[in-house]
Design a protein around this ligand. Structure first.
Ligand SMILES: C[S@@+](CC[C@H](N)C(=O)[O-])C[C@H]1O[C@@H](n2cnc3c(N)ncnc32)[C@H](O)[C@@H]1O
Length: 292
């Protein structure tokens, strides 16, 4: 069955009100897309950030009187003809359409991130099977990629690892499949803890090897602590991340912009020997070694 779609150019502050308006007019689904290819990075647990210029896309059933809907929309909001586009689209499998965008990706020499619904291109590689669900971390963001490449190039076999801000569990699972002996994922978003647990099972990793939980549990310091979180929280987390890293252990920080690197190096300089940042698309990764 074909659908009628109305696309409306709105701002992020209008999103909630517009979603309700379209739903009250009979839209069977309302979704939001980036109108200007503007990057968004999740800031708060559970938050669903939107782009400043947002494209609202609303689907209506084939027989909906779309001209009447347009007239109501224009009288009930500031939207005018220039903000609105109507299209007829053929039916498709919506879930699959999104999934088709997420393809297997290689990081470093031996590590692949493969959507859980595809076959790995190289069965002999280290293949992380992943369904990000609602949590952050599919490998497509440069900060995740920088962390995966670091893990791939590091002898993690037999080491203990803490993935602070584990999201989908992508880094924790990569560490486990690269041979780390014990990995703990921590995240203050319960959805991330659930996603990590489900991806652990998907990858056949024993719960004794990888566990994920909310912050607050005490842990022995680890050989490797990896935290891909924004710069502000990383500065605040210094006492915690520092106490979680063994003497001579490695700390990997990402999620910060290159221009924030120096402030972060300064924040960790008392406890760590910090290396220069590695930068990709404006995002940075900084590695430090905990002083003995
Ligand atoms: C950018 S995502 C990283 C996900 C994954 N580790 C990756 O590299 O793709 C950051 C994660 O950190 C979590 N987070 C943010 N602030 C945190 C905090 N103070 N304590 C624990 N987790 C936090 C968020 O919920 C989110 O899942």
């Amino acid at each position: 069955m074909p659908w009628q779609q109305i696309k409306a150019r709105i701002t992020d502050t209008e999103a909630e009100h517009m979603e309700q308006l379209f739903q009250s007019l009979g839209a069977v689904s309302v979704s939001f897309l980036d109108a200007e290819d503007e990057a968004v990075f999740q800031l708060e647990p559970g938050a669903t950030p939107l782009w400043q210029q947002t494209l609202l896309s609303a689907l209506f059933e084939e027989d909906t009187p779309i001209d009447e809907i347009l007239l109501t929309l224009k009288s009930a909001s500031r939207l005018s003809d220039e903000d609105l586009v109507v299209e007829t689209i053929e039916d498709q499998d919506w879930e699959r359409a999104w999934m088709d965008e997420f393809k297997p990706m290689k990081f470093g020499e031996r590590l692949w991130i493969c959507p859980s619904w595809t076959s790995p291109p190289d069965e002999s590689a280290v293949n992380v099977r992943l369904d990000p669900g609602l949590a952050f971390g599919s490998g497509t963001h440069p900060t995740t990629a920088l962390c995966l490449e670091w893990l791939d190039g590091e002898p993690v076999s037999g080491k203990t690892v803490i993935d602070y801000g584990c999201g989908s569990g992508i880094l924790a699972i990569a560490a486990a499949l690269l041979g780390a002996k014990r990995i703990i994922g921590v995240d203050n978003d319960p959805q991330a803890v659930t996603a990590t647990e489900s991806n652990r099972q998907e990858n056949g990793i024993d719960a004794a090897v990888l566990t994920a939980h909310l912050p607050g549990e005490a842990h022995e310091p680890a050989d490797i602590v990896i935290a891909n979180i924004l710069s502000g929280p990383l500065v605040e987390l210094e006492p915690i991340l520092s106490s979680l890293t063994k003497p001579n252990g490695k700390l990997v920080l990402s999620g910060l912009l290159d221009e924030q690197s120096q402030a972060l190096i300064n924040a960790y300089a008392d406890d760590f020997d910090m290396e220069p940042p590695v930068v990709r698309d404006g995002w940075a990764r900084i590695v430090g070694t905990r002083r003995a």
